[in-house]
Write a protein that binds this ligand. Sequence first.
Ligand code: GSH
Length: 342
Amino acid sequence: MNSKSHTSVLAGLFCFAAALTASPAAAQTLKQVKDRGAVNCGVSEGLYGFSARDDKGAWSGFDVDLCRAIAAAVFNDASKVRYTPLDASSRFKALQSGSIDVLSRNTTWTMSREIELGLNFAATNYYDGQGFLVPKTLKKDTALDLDGTKVCVQSGTTTELNLNDHFRTNKMKFEAVGTVTSDEAVKGYDSGRCNVFTADVSQLFAIRLLLSKPDDHVILPDVISKEPLGPVVRQGDAQWHNVVKWVHFAMVNAEELGVTMANIDEAMKSAKPDVKRLVGNEGAYGEQLGLTKDWAARIVRHVGNYGEVFERNVGVGSKLGIPRGINQLWSVGGIQYAPPIR
Ligand SMILES: N[C@@H](CCC(=O)N[C@@H](CS)C(=O)NCC(=O)O)C(=O)O
């Protein structure tokens, strides 16, 4: 064997070994999703505005729309999603076991959830914080005025941990009424088993709507924690992680560029370089992701840009009526900021 062919045999072996290490069994999610013809998405059991089912069993909401956006990008069809409703305690096991491909369920990005549980948060699609809901008759104005209260809280959440920190730090006593499902927590609060309800503020807006007399309750102005909420994937599959991450970034970039459900067809003809890259008329960004060139245009066409999704599901014009606040784009004073497609 001459030295040239020796080198090429070695190179061949090296490539074979590299190919083996580059595609472990875990790094197959996108292929599995395509073969199955649907994205398996874990959502909450029912949180109006975020993930809720109507009488016909159809899912909608802000978290549901992230699942739909992934399906739109992969299949050009936002309905190709299988939903698994999960409570707070079972959500991570469902992801670890592979029974879902992505968890899109008002889940807070924390260090231990990535490092200890072997998961990756793909993005923060809702910057939230923990707050308190109280009956107006309790006459409490701040979160520092809750000494001696009974607090309903869902187990297996960051909420439970922050609650303990807050009361301990401020030398207040409380009785925690822990529940497994939000339904139990809502019933507990509505029936007076507890006189304070704590959750991420976005969830308090949703829960207040379920009470027998929503107008008799107020969300206190204080926020006691940072709750960056976003979609989660398993570690070890960079391609799928990138797909979920860039689906979110595409929606934020589309809003920033003024590309909407209504004008997506005009945007496909735009001469602006950054719009051309977004909709797939310049570069091969979609193909490099394992998708098609028009992946981002599909998302906007079927689901909308980030602002459209926010306003439709939870914004001031919706039943929830949540102001956009820090979830505004960075260019108008918020902190939603997506790296550019280029
Ligand atoms: N963001 C927090 C809290 C998430 C959470 O599960 N909150 C409850 C508040 S009620 C909820 O959304 N429950 C809905 C459900 O269990 O379906 C976390 O990730 O731990």
